[in-house]
Design a protein around this ligand. Structure first.
Ligand code: MG
Length: 371
């Protein structure tokens, strides 16, 4: 008789480092559910996020650039997939729980409203006297309350580890105990990912040139390495090779630095790793180089006049749409009208808008306000 394949706990026992989070140690779900023999709890969380409606709408939400600039650049969905991929690479290298990492990565931007951070700022302004709006907190509202996909409980009933991992993203200014290493990996991978892909998109869309970016030490050294390997390649290939190298360089650095930090702290369990503080990070040198790149991207790309104009228009439309919906909640779809009893008229309107894609938001604006 063919032996049964190993259970997820047996697989984890074989592969995971002592400081990784184990499925068997999970604090479980709010609504207890029987485990499945072939899928561990974090793998199940990953799948639940992947199958929910809010996940699919990420394809229509902007990262940095809206759809008026063609189809090359990243959307919130492709950004999320890149974060998950890079985070898994780092997690695997360090012997961490990849299923948990992937679930956390897929969840991390799920609460983004249309039009990225500009949209978030607009909603925060609308709810200024009603508790504000945070996309990181909204991701939890989505998976705890707004998604309705199971007959016996609201939300996705995710594990405590995935929910508390996302919760650490809400307020990064208040020092708190370090989260699980898997959470730290996703946080670090997010930064690696956007530094690399925003560089790629900005050059491809012609907002800056690779020459201009080469004033920065990180890009200069990266381009130099590409040239040593491939010589004088044509500009498009140079950009692509530079972006691959930029990811590789950051991942290598984070793996080396974090492996050394972990070896020094020698945590014997996931809980001990949290007590040891932040162990996953780039070297001080790379952190400084990344800060230079981010400052440059902020000035030259995120604050580019064309982008500012698009964002201002979107913010104005979102505020006007919010005012119209908050004043006339009968225009909300039934799902959000039902939310009024729990969260009030204003937040229910904001939650409806937060779930929209960029395109749907403009369409709703035209239909409800623009007439
Ligand atoms: Mg992100």
């Amino acid at each position: 008789m063919t032996p049964l394949p190993p259970s997820f706990s047996e697989r984890e026992a074989l592969w995971l480092a002592p400081f990784a989070m184990r499925s068997a140690d999970s604090r479980g779900r709010r609504y207890p559910q029987e485990e499945q023999p072939y899928r561990g709890p974090f793998q199940r969380d990953r799948d639940r996020i992947l199958h929910c409606g809010a996940w699919r709408r990420l394809s229509g939400k902007m990262q940095v650039f809206t759809g008026d600039r063609g189809d090359y650049h990243r959307t919130r969905l492709t950004h999320t997939m890149e974060v998950a991929s890079i985070a898994r690479t780092i997690g695997r290298g360090l012997g961490l729980n990849e299923d948990l990492i992937e679930a956390l990565a897929l969840l991390h931007d799920l609460g983004h409203p249309p039009f990225g951070h500009a949209g978030e700022d607009a909603l925060a302004e609308c709810l200024e006297r009603d508790g504000g709006f945070s996309h990181n907190r909204h991701a939890i509202t989505i998976v705890e309350e707004l998604e309705r996909r199971y007959p016996d409980f609201p939300g996705l009933n995710l594990t405590a580890e995935v929910l508390s991992g996302q919760a650490t993203r809400i307020d990064k200014t208040t020092p708190a105990a370090a989260p699980l290493l898997e959470v730290q990996v996703v946080e670090t991978a997010d930064s690696i990912t956007y530094d690399a892909h925003d560089t790629d998109d900005a050059v491809k869309l012609g907002l800056v040139t690779l020459d201009e970016l080469s004033q920065l030490e990180l890009i200069r050294a990266t381009v130099a390495e590409v040239r040593v390997r491939w010589g004088n390649i044509e500009p498009n290939m140079l950009r692509k090779a530079t972006v691959h190298e930029l990811i590789d360089r950051q991942v290598r650095d984070v793996l080396q630095t974090s492996a050394a930090t972990i070896a020094l702290a020698a945590p014997a369990s996931a809980a001990a790793a949290c007590r040891a503080g932040w162990l996953i990070h780039p070297s001080a040198e790379l952190a400084a180089r990344k800060a230079e790149l981010e400052a440059f991207l902020y000035e030259r790309v995120y604050r580019h006049a064309d982008l500012v104009q698009v964002r201002r228009l979107a913010q104005r439309q979102m505020r006007e749409l919010f005012d119209a919906l908050a004043a006339r909640p009968e225009r909300l779809p039934p799902k959000y009208r039902d939310r009024i009893a729990q969260v009030g008229q204003r937040r229910a309107a904001a939650e409806f808008i937060a779930g929209m894609t960029d395109r749907y938001c403009v369409q709703q604006y035209d239909e409800i306000v623009g007439t």
